[in-house]
Structure formats: C-alpha cells, structure tokens
Design a protein around this ligand. Structure first.
Ligand code: TRP
Length: 368
C-alpha cells in the first residue's frame, strides 16, 4: 500500500477497537504457543516489485518465524490485485518469480507452505459473486482502505475492482479457512470486512448444523516488528530509491548506505524523535545483529556517521549473506520455482474447490 494510503488508514482505526485487537492478538500468541497446529495463517503480497528490508523486517521475517513455530502457512501472491490501482500489470511473470524467490531465500519452507497466485485459483475468485451480494455499495465507499487507496492514485477514477477489492481480499482469507492473518494496524479494517462477510453468509445461508458454519472467522495477529525507514529517513519505498532490496549485492548495499542521510553530531546516540536518520540506521543494525540500538550507539561513540554506516553495512551484509546465497541458487533454478508454484496452486485449488462446493451446497446450487 502507498504511503499516503497508510497515513489515512492509521487515523481511521479507532482506539477502542485497536485496543481490543491488541488484546486479542496477545491471547492468540498464547494459544499458538499451546497448540500451533490449530492455526492456519494466510498472508498476501502484490507482485509489484522486489522485496526490500522494510518488507523483511516489517513482516517477512515474522512470517518465517510463525512457520517455524509450527503454524500452517498459506502465502498468496496477489496477482489480480495488481490491477486495482494501475492500468498495466508490468513484467508480472518476472515479479511473481522474484517474490517467490525472496520468500524461499528469506527462509519460508516451500515444502510445508502453500504458495499460490490468485489467477490460478478460479474457485477462489468465484466466491466474489456471492460475497458481493453481502456488502453494500455505501459500505465499500466508506471502507478506509478503499478511500485511502483512491486518494493515493491522485485523481484516478474509482474502478469497480478498487471499490470491491476488500471483498476479493475477504475471499482470499475465507476460501482457505485461514484463522489468523498477521497484519499491521492499517490492515485491521480488511479483517473486519472478511468477518462481516463470513457472518452474513452464514446467517443468510446458514446450514441446518449451526455448529458447523461454512466459514471460519479470521483474526488479526498484530506483529510487534519495528518499522525501519528508508535511507533518507522517509518511508522505505521503491519509488524513493531509498531501499535495500534483498536481491542487492553486498557492494550495492554498501554503496546505498554510503549515501544514507545522517546528521552533524559526531556522537552517535539512539534518539528516534530528535535524530530519526541516525536512529534508523542503528535500528537496522540492531535488527540485523540482535544487540540493542543503544548498545551499538555506545560502541560507535564519537565515530560519527562514517563509523555508523560502516557498522550497519557490516551487520546487514552479514545477515543478508545466507539469504543472498540461497537467492543466487534459486535464480538459477527456474524449474524448481515453477514446481513450487505449481504444487502450491494445485493445493490451493483443492481447498478452494471444497470451499466453493460447501458454499454452493449452502446456497442450494448443487444440482447433481
Ligand atoms: N492487500 C495486500 C497488499 O496490498 C495484499 C493481499 C491480498 C492480502 N490479499 C490478502 C494480505 C489477504 C492479507 C490477506 O499488500
């Protein structure tokens, strides 16, 4: 999502519902510790570019850890969503494969994860039809994400797909009966929309067996990941050229970091409010090496921006080295990547067909 979209959204989740979501997420953490096998996690990304450290520290690392905890992982490459707010799809095949490569290189285990694309799962998309009948036009116009994303397109007309994409996203979550979706606060309205659709479907087409609703109710797992900024102290985003992408070489990383913004004070301290750029570099080093940002600042002392950059470069390159090595191997093996995707799509289709069959049964549309 764009910067502007996120700003509008974070203002829109009221503090009471946010507090509830935070509390519930903490409970979920405990339940996961007790029995991770009860959980199926779905996450999605639009294939619009290459993954960078903002994605990695903000969510990908967390997803990998959830998978390692024993949660079943479903990973959507949301290719149909690319056309919600832009005309063309761009070099989509390349981007889908790059995203898949980043996932696996970052540690997602493709043996147990189901990694799939929208476009390969017809039954998922077919859920849009009954789901659209369960939401109103004004409700969609009021949806904070839709509003925010429209604002961010700078004057573009609202397309039918942009207006209804929260419904499509609900289909992503509900078709596979995911019960947890790791999200940032800005994505809470999406989950609410998915739950509302599930409730309305079950109320309208409720089965005789009330204990067995057609859909599960997905819940948000709020991540406590720190958000790193770009190298200029602004939000990390491809369009600003302030990112470090997972696929970059160690040299490119060093070059980018040399250009990073710091300030005139040679004594390095961690003070995110007064010294956002310096603190951001400390935070990156901290996330990469595991020491606290304050401790790293102390070690650098009065070494200035140069010493700070040297330290961040080393820590990031050390952390990224194995990811990059795996990435380089994967890039050479497109057949393997396609096989992972084919298997993921096959599994997603099996589950989507089952869910659609249940939906059609509930709607009296099963004729034979
Ligand atoms: N909307 C998300 C994004 O812009 C991608 C996405 C699509 C998604 N479907 C999803 C995320 C379902 C979570 C759950 O990045």
């Amino acid at each position: 999502m764009s910067n502007k979209a996120e700003e509008t959204l974070s203002k829109s989740t009221d503090s009471a519902s946010l507090a509830r979501a935070v509390e519930r997420s903490a409970e979920l953490e405990k339940e996961i510790d007790k029995d991770p096998s009860r959980f199926r996690m779905l996450t999605g990304d639009r294939p619009t570019g290459h993954l960078h450290l903002g994605h990695y520290f903000g969510t990908i690392k967390n997803r990998v850890e959830q998978q390692q905890r024993g949660i079943e992982t479903w990973q959507l490459i949301a290719d149909y969503q690319v056309i919600t707010d832009r005309d063309g799809v761009g070099p989509l095949r390349e981007r889908v494969l790059s995203l898949l490569t980043d996932y696996i290189a970052a540690g997602m285990n493709p043996e147990s994860a189901t990694i799939f694309t929208h476009s390969a799962v017809p039954a998922l998309n077919q859920l849009m039809l009954p789901f659209l009948s369960l939401v109103t036009e004004s409700e969609l116009h009021r949806n904070p994400t839709v509003k925010a994303e429209l604002d961010a397109t700078d004057g573009r007309a609202m397309s039918g797909l942009l207006l209804t994409y929260p419904v499509h996203q609900a289909a992503d979550i509900l078709f596979c009966r995911a019960n947890i979706v790791p999200v940032g606060q800005d994505q809470l309205p999406h989950l609410e929309q998915a739950r509302v659709i599930a409730n309305r479907f079950d109320r309208r087409y409720g089965r005789a067996d009330k204990d067995k609703p057609v859909f599960r109710r997905p819940e948000a797992l709020l991540s406590n990941a720190s958000h790193v900024l770009g190298l200029d102290g602004e939000k990390m985003s491809k369009s600003r050229g302030n990112t470090i992408e997972l696929r970059m070489s160690a040299d490119e990383t060093a070059k980018r970091l040399k250009r990073a913004k710091t300030d005139a004070d040679r004594v390095i301290t961690y003070d995110p409010v007064k010294r956002p750029e310096v603190s951001n570099l400390l935070l990156m080093a901290s996330m990469a090496c595991g020491e606290s940002p304050e401790a790293i600042a102390e070690q650098i002392g009065d070494g200035g921006g140069g010493a700070l950059k040297a330290r961040v470069t080393e820590d990031l390159n050390t952390m990224l080295a194995p990811i990059r090595a795996r990435r380089a191997e994967l890039v050479e093996n497109e057949d393997y990547l396609l096989e992972v995707l084919r298997k993921g799509n096959e599994r997603a289709n099996e589950v989507a067909n089952e869910t659609l069959s249940d939906v059609l049964t509930a709607m009296n549309m099963k004729y034979y």
